[in-house]
Design a protein around this ligand. Structure first.
Ligand code: ADE
Length: 247
């Protein structure tokens, strides 16, 4: 997969060099290219923002550097076209299902807005030649799109074949399409079996895989009801068996 990121703070993306994603980049599984939006300005101050039409506080990102950046990264008329992802608190909520869909794309371009956002004509024009998704990562406002892009890139890249050590672990994730779609994961334990007088639940040491799966599902259901009642309300009652209903 190829990932291009355009930002006025390229240094925000240093974390993409570490951990599993860093390793995947070095192995060539993911090709991440970070670009400085100011490379597409032409004035002495490398200006990327201006006052908003209609008045009001803050500044808006000018369309010209964005237009030139997108033209340089996605030359008009070339057959391969990426998905453009624009993080914004007013976008559609980013979910695990969206991460799975992005992970199936060969090429993603991220446009990080700052200040009050990017002049709307940029997305409007980009839509003429590539699919565009405006995505929000939560109901709070960040100072810019950079951290949201880090979140999205991490959620997407760990789903790519060859990035995580254990491919199975993604199917057990909270929200993973399938059995976990409307559930959060329950608690996990490792050695030692007793720590500060606290024993690991006995069933996990039993070797009874059926009982362990049952216990994990019960725990996931319980946690979902307590921590995420709005998610629990979405569970289709027809997907619950008699044991689930007891939980
Ligand atoms: N930019 C600022 N806040 C954001 C949010 N919550 N999600 C995505 N992008 C953002």
């Amino acid at each position: 997969m190829r990932i291009d990121i355009v930002s006025i703070f390229p240094e925000y993306f240093a974390p993409l060099d570490v951990s599993l994603l860093g390793k995947a980049r070095r192995r060539g599984v993911v090709d991440v290219r970070v670009h400085d939006l100011r490379d597409w300005t032409h004035d002495r101050h490398r200006t990327v923002d201006d006052t908003p039409y209609g008045g009001g506080p803050g500044m808006v990102m000018k369309p010209e550097p964005w237009g030139e950046a997108l033209d340089a990264i996605v030359p008009p008329g070339t057959p391969a076209v990426p998905r453009l992802v624009v993080p914004t608190p007013s976008g559609r909520p980013f979910t695990q299902a969206q991460a799975v869909a992005f992970a199936a794309e060969p090429w993603l371009v991220f446009a990080c807005g700052r200040y009050e956002g990017i002049d709307s004509r940029v997305v409007e024009e980009a839509r003429q030649r590539m699919p565009v998704d405006e995505v929000g990562i939560g109901d709070y406002v960040l100072a810019g799109g950079e951290v949201a892009v880090l979140v999205i890139v991490e959620a997407v890249s760990r789903l790519l074949p060859g990035v995580l050590g254990n491919a199975d672990s993604v199917t057990d994730d909270s929200f993973a399409p399938g059995a976990m779609e409307t559930l959060v994961e329950g608690p996990v334990y490792t050695k030692p079996p007793v720590w500060r007088d606290r024993a690991v639940p006995e069933v996990l040491l039993s070797g009874d895989h059926g009982a362990i799966a049952r216990w994990r599902r019960d725990q996931a259901l319980r946690r979902t009801v307590v921590h995420r009642p709005e998610l629990a309300a979405k569970i289709d009652p027809d997907t619950l068996d008699a044991d689930d209903r007891r939980v």
